[in-house]
Ligand binder design. Structure first.
Ligand SMILES: NC(=O)c1ccc[n+]([C@@H]2O[C@H](COP(=O)([O-])OP(=O)(O)OC[C@H]3O[C@@H](n4cnc5c(N)ncnc54)[C@H](OP(=O)(O)O)[C@@H]3O)[C@@H](O)[C@H]2O)c1
Ligand SMILES: [Zn+2]
Length: 391
């Protein structure tokens, strides 16, 4: 093959998304505010997750995040902590400050009283009572407001909230852990811990902000996962959903602890006696359309929506992950890359599972914890739809 052939055969570059943008000090502080916001995961529903940082003269003066539904908002906590030091400062907050009286007074009032000179937010708040109003009030009073930086990362923070408030259907988030050599398991049928504690805790936060957590039947059989949120402080218990066309679901599973709702989504062709037996063990069995003998993921998500589930975290394994990416049935994606290798015996993600240009993924940022790197993506279509409502 000549040199020019190899150039021609190179894949088209992925649309640049966030990658071509210059990373600035504003982006840095917004990223830190987003990190803080995640600490409230599982306690703020139906409110969004919000974090805030007050920066004066290049120094962080104070921080805050929305800790619990009904309690103080992030920016109010941060500004109260800052006191006089907020005068002339820049306030970084992960969502437009509220302009209405809810459980707490409007945050814009606190911002104006505090003497903040500039406010930096990634997106507006689509809540009708706030949308654009918070920014207008601040600007009317001479506060400089910058909207739009780190918006992809902020979308992932509140994906379920944004889609619910805007009536855009079920928010689907994919999560996967891979080794440095791209493996999801050390060998077929093996249960492995790939990521460290910080990553696991983040996964539990992701679970806690979703109504449901979904896995394929092989993962249930191999890993016996609990799919709960035990590593964080939350009461949230997302519904456990399993795609299982032939009803191989075991007699007992750790995910059935307490009065947890477990839904097994199976094909229309599933054996009726097995359906009855499973129902008797307390599992909700839903039959839905299939594709080549397998539960059709689009039909499965539609069934979940009919059951009142507005957000779903898809946790694998590899086959299920591929089905969702191939169907382009996802809004957000988190891929943990761990600094270990499994070598040739390891199970790789299928080739089609993760081709950024093919599946339309826009990079939304990376972060590190416990030795792992987390790469996050927003579906290009979801981003474009949300941008129309959030900027
Ligand atoms: N690294 C990670 O993040 C991660 C996460 C989870 C699991 N894992 C590992 O991955 C391995 C299991 O993964 P896996 O790829 O073998 O299986 P999987 O994705 O957990 O389950 C696949 C099975 O689910 C059923 N299914 C029903 N509808 C489906 C659909 N539309 N698309 C795909 N599957 C559907 C199929 O069985 P039926 O035809 O019988 O319905 C299919 O064989 C284990 O080793 C586990 O430890 C890794
Ligand atoms: Zn507020």
């Amino acid at each position: 093959m000549s040199f020019s052939d190899s150039v021609v055969q190179r894949p088209e570059p992925t649309p640049a998304g966030d990658l071509m943008r210059q990373y600035t000090i504003d982006d840095y502080f917004l990223d830190r505010a987003i990190d803080l916001a995640w600490l409230g995961a599982g306690r703020t529903h139906p409110n969004p997750l919000v974090g805030a940082i007050v920066v004066n003269d290049g120094h962080i003066v104070s921080v805050g995040y929305h800790q619990r539904y009904g309690e103080a908002h992030a920016e109010t906590i941060a500004l109260e902590r800052a006191g006089e030091a907020a005068r002339g400062s820049t306030l970084y907050v992960t969502l437009e400050p509220c302009a209405h009286h809810g459980n707490t007074p409007p945050c814009v009032e606190t911002v104006l009283k505090s003497g903040v000179r500039r406010v930096v937010i990634p997106t507006l708040d689509p809540d009708d009572r706030v949308y654009g109003r918070g920014v207008a009030i601040l600007r009317d009073d001479g506060v400089d407001v910058d909207v739009g930086r780190r918006c992809e990362r902020a979308m992932l923070l509140n994906l379920a909230y944004f889609k619910r408030v805007l009536g855009l259907g079920v928010a689907v988030t994919l999560k996967m852990a891979v080794t440095l050599d791209g493996r999801i398991a050390s060998r077929a049928g093996s249960r492995d811990q790939i990521t460290g504690t910080d990553s696991l805790r983040f996964v539990h936060r992701l679970r806690a902000v979703n109504d449901a957590v979904l896995v394929g039947i092989n993962t249930v059989v191999v890993d016996s996962p609990r799919l709960d949120c035990r590593l964080i402080d939350t009461e949230a218990t997302p519904v456990a959903v399993v795609l299982d066309s032939r009803l191989r679901f075991p007699e007992t599973s750790p995910m059935q602890a307490g009065d947890r709702t477990v839904v097994v989504v199976t094909a229309e062709t599933a054996d009726e006696d097995s359906v009855v037996a499973l129902r008797q063990s307390g599992v909700r069995v839903v039959k839905c359309g299939s594709d080549g003998g397998r539960v059709d993921v689009k039909a499965a998500v539609a069934e979940l929506a009919a059951q009142g589930i507005a957000s779903c975290l898809v946790e694998g394994g590899g086959e299920v992950f591929s089905s969702f990416t191939q169907a382009r049935l996802w809004d957000g994606m988190h891929v943990f890359v761990s600094p270990m290798t499994f070598g040739n015996e390891g199970v790789a993600l299928s080739e089609q599972a993760f081709d950024r240009s093919q599946i339309g993924a826009v990079h939304a940022g990376a972060s590190a914890g416990a030795g792992d790197v987390l790469m996050s993506f927003v579906n290009e279509k979801t981003r474009d739809t949300l941008l129309k409502h959030l900027l």
